[in-house]
Structure formats: C-alpha cells, structure tokens
Write a new protein. Structure first.
Ligand SMILES: [Zn+2]
Lengths: 278, 326
C-alpha cells in the first residue's frame, strides 16, 4: 500500500524541480521537457512532446468532462469519521483537504455530456492517494442509487492509487463490498456503468468499482492493478517486465476496452452514450 | 499430524507445552517404576489449567494473529472432511486452470445439501508450495464464482471458509486480472440468489479474503483475524518499523471481538482453550453447530427478502451505529 506515497512524492517533486520562475513552467516528469504552464493547461495537462499525462484534480476532471456549468454536486457535506480511532488519521485527512481543497477523496454529482444527462463520480489521487474509506463508499452508493432512480448512465473516473484506506481498517475493506453491491444492483436494472481509469488506480478501488464497468476506458500510461509494484517485487524477487500494470499492458491482456488519451475522453464518452443509451 | 503440530510452538505457548511434557514424564515414570505420583501429577495439572486460563483469557491482538496463522490450525479441507457427512470436490475455472489455493465442492450435512468454497493452505511445506500458502490467483476466484453459479442454479446455500494471507501479488496474477476477478466476485456475491454463509476460520487477508467473503451472515472463529492490511505491512507504512507489529495489530482492530463490536461480523464461533489447533475435532464440531443453526435460519427466509436484507447489510456497513436505519 505504501508505494503510492512514493509515487505521489515523485509527482510532487517532478513539479517542484523547476529552475525557472515558479508557477510559469513545468518540467515533464517523463521527458524533462520544460513546458509553459499555459500550454500544459490548454493541452489538458498532457505533455505536448511525449504525451505524459500529468495528475489533475477532481474539479479539473469535472471541468474537462462535462458541459460547462452543468455540474450539480451531491452529498457534499458527509463528514469523515475515524471508526477505529486510528492514530494520526485526522491529520492525514487535514493534509488531504489542504492539498486538494476537497473534503474527501471523491466528488459526486450530476451533469451533462453534449446535453446527455449522466451521474458522475471522480476520485482524486491527491487526497490520501484517492483511497476508499466510508465516505467514498457512501458517495458511490449514493450516486449509483441516483443513477438508478433517474435512469441515467453512471460514470466513475478513478484516480485511486491508495486502494482501500488502511486507517479505516476492515471498515474500508467493507466499502468494496458495499460499492460492488450498489453498482451491481444498478447494472442489473439495466443501467450503463462506464469506468474511466486514470493514473494510478490500484488495490481496493481497482478490485471493486473500477473493474466492473460495462465499458472500461483507461488513460495512456496509467498504473492499474491489484498489488502495488513494490509488494510484487518483494514477493517474487525479480524485475517487473517493461510496461507491467500499465494501460497498454492491460488492453493487451484483455482487461479493458480501450486506451484513450485525455483530450479524447469526453468525445469517447459521448459516443458510447450515443451508441448504448441516448 | 500429532508430530507436526508439536513442531510449531508459539512463544506464549511454550510454558504450557513444557508443563504438558512434564506431566507426561511423571505419568511415564509412575507407570514404569510403579511409584504413585498421583498427587504431583494433579498439582501440575491444576497449575497447567491456571496457566492456560491466564494465557488465553486476555490474548493480545498480536497473539491472536499468531494463533490465526498457526501452521497446525485446521484448514478448509480438514473442516469439510470433519463436518460433512458426504462431500466431493469440483475443479477448475473453465478458462485457464485449477487454482489449488481455493477449493470448492458439494456436500451434505444432515438433510442440508450445500455448496462449499474456501481458501486452502497446505499442511506441509510441500503442500504449501502447491497451494501457494492459500494465496489465490484470479483462477481461484473465478473457480469460486463458477461454483457459486452452480449453487444459484440448483438453489443451494453456499458456505465459504476464509483463510488466506491475501490474493497473490505476482506478475501472472496481475496480467490475468486479479483485481477484476475479485471485483467481479463482490458483485456476484452481493446479488447471488442463494443464501451465503461466510466463516473466517484463520486469516482474513484483505481483498483476497473478501473475494469469496460477501454473504448474508459472516462469522469468525474466536482467534481468527480479518484485516485490510497485514500488521507487518501497516507497521512498515505507519511507523516505518517492522518491529511495531503489536501496535499495528491493535490499531487495525482485526480481532473477531473488535469486529463484532464494529458490526462488521455477525457472530463468533468459540474455539477450544488454547486455540483451534489444540483440539481440531472440537473446533470442527463448533463450526458444524454454527453452520446448521445459520443455514436453517437463512433457508427459512424467502429469497426476495434475503436479497433485500443482504443489500441493507452492506449498505450500512461501517456506518456509526446511530445512523443505521435498518
Ligand atoms: Zn514529456
């Protein structure tokens, strides 16, 4: 589980290691190209040179996915709890809030894609690795029920490298069963569920809501899997094959429907909604 | 069996085993030499009982972890053998292979026909290698899923025995969709049109345990554990210190007693004093009694209601008690 922390630090460092005026330029984590921030933003925070997909937060994700001004947020005041009185958990939550401006690692709501009404959830890697605890479980159930009630498609965009949140113990583990149950019910009633996987989505998130989409889309180069690379390396004591657990490997092994670059996700969703529902 | 059990003695079991050996020695001596040592033996027996009481009355969470992982602890097939009147094993996921880390089959207890599934650890090093220490690949979860479909088709209740350190973290397991296999089982079990009884008999290791662990009733053996991460993993992340496993085991609230309080499980099956491995037959008989009680209750509930109850059970999972509006 701890590997995500490392990955996150790397991302952070990548952003900070700029020897040019702060906030104007970003150095690409992958190819070291110095990119003008405005250019990066206009390009959906994808490196124009190598195509590396930078982390973007949940609000940005809503902005680039839905019709402008169409988003209505739900269930935004569910308080986080510390069910086990786990040491240091409150501080971690505070840090996550400060880093992302979110109250938890997930946003849910309703909005439109080219006028088509959808229920949507976005998990944010910046908030405790996007890990799933009670609040995420509750919100996914809420939005799946809402989609069922309104008979509209459900889209979940995952950036949940943290998997099930250790600090909530078995309570977090049970959220996996909880969300699978709610989404399963929605699907069995004929609802369309599209899962969009972004870097990284692992562990308890990948082993529950993220993997049971009727359609599964992944951004290029995303780290996707059950066990973290560090845990696997410790277990098998050998090097991982190149591209292991990346989107391109998953599509080769038949685990996802398509790899779609960030700029094309919205039009792809639109097309899928068009083919299947609207 | 007997010989192997004695090979594995936990630190806190040692004084007990030593006392037991001494009693045996005196018995042998008394027999061989024809001396009357009844009083001495009785005194030692009394001391053993008091020591047992003290040791096992207040086990720490970490001691329970050790008991839950005890190599001599009864495993799924041992329990199946002891509690079913008749049973057969079924094999394979029909896609790729037959994972030996998860076993499944059919069986009968009294008049009840059941489908059973479970993780299977090995009884020896050699068997543990073929069973992969009870750590399943996706094939294991898919085998379990296939057998559960069979249960649904023939309206049979499912009993699932949980005993795994976790799903296997390996290259092939990932490439063949470990996460998908588990996720898909969670979805399947939450909607399965058959009663499901889950019993955690040893280690309930995270997603790998939950992958066959969603049910109408979830019971734990007294010294079983259930956790989102191993105490070792938690200590490494939280304190960057492997020696803090005891603190981690306590913080994770992974014992049956804690999880009952948290409303995560529905009941605890008692173990013989000293743990399930000290009297396997007694353990099996306790499990059998619990299965009969639960299956009779579950079978009496109309299917539609059962599914609604299961849904509510998981919808309210982890909510503070005041918010549960069942
Ligand atoms: Zn680049």
């Amino acid at each position: 589980m701890g590997w995500f922390q490392k990955t996150y630090n790397r991302i952070k460092k990548g952003k900070k290691k700029i020897d040019v005026p702060d906030g104007l330029w970003t150095k690409c984590t992958n190819c070291s190209e110095i990119i003008y921030n405005k250019t990066l933003d206009e390009n959906f925070r994808v490196c124009p040179k190598c195509g590396y997909h930078f982390y973007i937060g949940a609000w940005k994700r809503i902005e680039i996915t839905l019709d402008e001004g169409s988003f209505i947020q739900y269930n935004s005041s569910l308080p986080s709890v510390n069910p086990l009185n786990f040491p240091g958990y409150e501080e971690k939550l505070k840090k996550g809030k400060g880093k992302t401006g979110l109250d938890e690692a997930i946003l849910i709501g309703e909005g439109k894609i080219e006028g088509k009404q959808v229920a949507i959830a976005v998990t944010d890697f910046g908030f405790m690795g996007g890990s799933m605890g009670l609040v995420m479980g509750e919100r996914i159930v809420f939005i799946a029920d809402k989609a069922a009630e309104k008979n509209i498609p459900l889209i979940i965009i995952s950036g949940s490298g943290g998997g099930a949140r250790m600090h909530e113990g078995v309570v977090s583990l049970m959220q996996m069963a909880k969300v699978a149950s709610a989404i399963g019910e929605f699907k069995s009633k004929g609802g369309l569920y599209i899962s969009v996987l972004t870097n990284p989505t692992m562990g308890g998130a990948m082993a529950s809501f993220a993997s049971i989409g009727d359609i599964i889309i992944a951004e290029p180069g995303a780290l996707l899997g059950f066990a973290g690379p560090r845990v696997i390396k410790q277990t098998i004591k050998q090097q991982m094959p190149k591209g292991f657990q990346r989107s391109e490997s998953l599509i080769k092994h038949g685990m996802i429907d398509m790899v779609v670059e960030r700029a094309k996700i919205r039009p792809t969703l639109n097309k899928l909604l068009d083919f299947l529902v609207f | 069996m007997e010989e192997k059990n004695s090979k594995y003695i936990l630190g806190f079991e040692k004084p007990l085993v030593e006392l037991e050996n001494k009693i045996q020695e005196l018995k042998n001596l008394s027999e061989k030499e024809g001396i009357d040592l009844k009083e001495d033996i009785q005194r030692l027996k009394d001391r053993l009982r008091r020591l047992e009481e003290n040791t096992f009355k207040n086990l720490t969470p970490w001691q329970r972890v050790q008991l839950a992982r005890h190599p001599a602890r009864p495993k799924t097939l041992t329990i199946v053998e002891l509690i079913f009147d008749e049973w057969i094993e079924l094999h394979g996921d029909r896609l790729c292979s037959d994972d030996q880390a998860i076993v499944a089959g059919l069986g009968k207890i009294n008049e009840h026909r059941l489908v059973w599934i479970g993780h299977q650890k090995g009884e020896s090093i050699k068997e543990n290698l073929s069973r992969n220490f009870g750590m399943a690949h996706p094939e294991g979860y898919r085998k379990a899923k296939r057998i559960m479909s069979l249960a649904e088709k023939f309206h049979l209740p499912v009993v699932s025995f949980i005993d795994t350190p976790g799903a296997y973290p390996g290259i092939e397991a990932e490439e063949r969709g470990q996460a998908e296999a588990i996720a898909s089982n969670l979805e399947k079990m939450s909607q399965l049109k058959s009663p499901i009884l889950v019993i955690i008999i040893g280690e309930g290791g995270s997603g790998g345990a939950l992958g066959i662990g969603v049910g109408d009733r979830v019971l734990m053996l007294e010294n079983a554990i259930y956790s989102v991460i191993s105490p070792e993993g938690c200590a490494a992340i939280l304190w960057k210190d492997q020696s803090k496993v005891e603190e981690a085991a306590a913080a994770l609230k992974l014992t049956a007693q804690d999880l009952l309080k948290l409303n995560i499980i529905d009941g605890i099956i008692p173990e013989p004093r000293g743990g399930a491995h000290r009297d396997v037959e007694q353990t099996a008989s306790n499990i059998k009694r619990a299965i009969l009680r639960e299956i009779e209750t579950l079978k009496a509930i109309p299917l539609e209601e059962l599914l609604i109850r299961r849904k509510i059970k998981y919808r309210t999972m982890g909510k503070p008690r005041g918010e549960v509006d069942e």
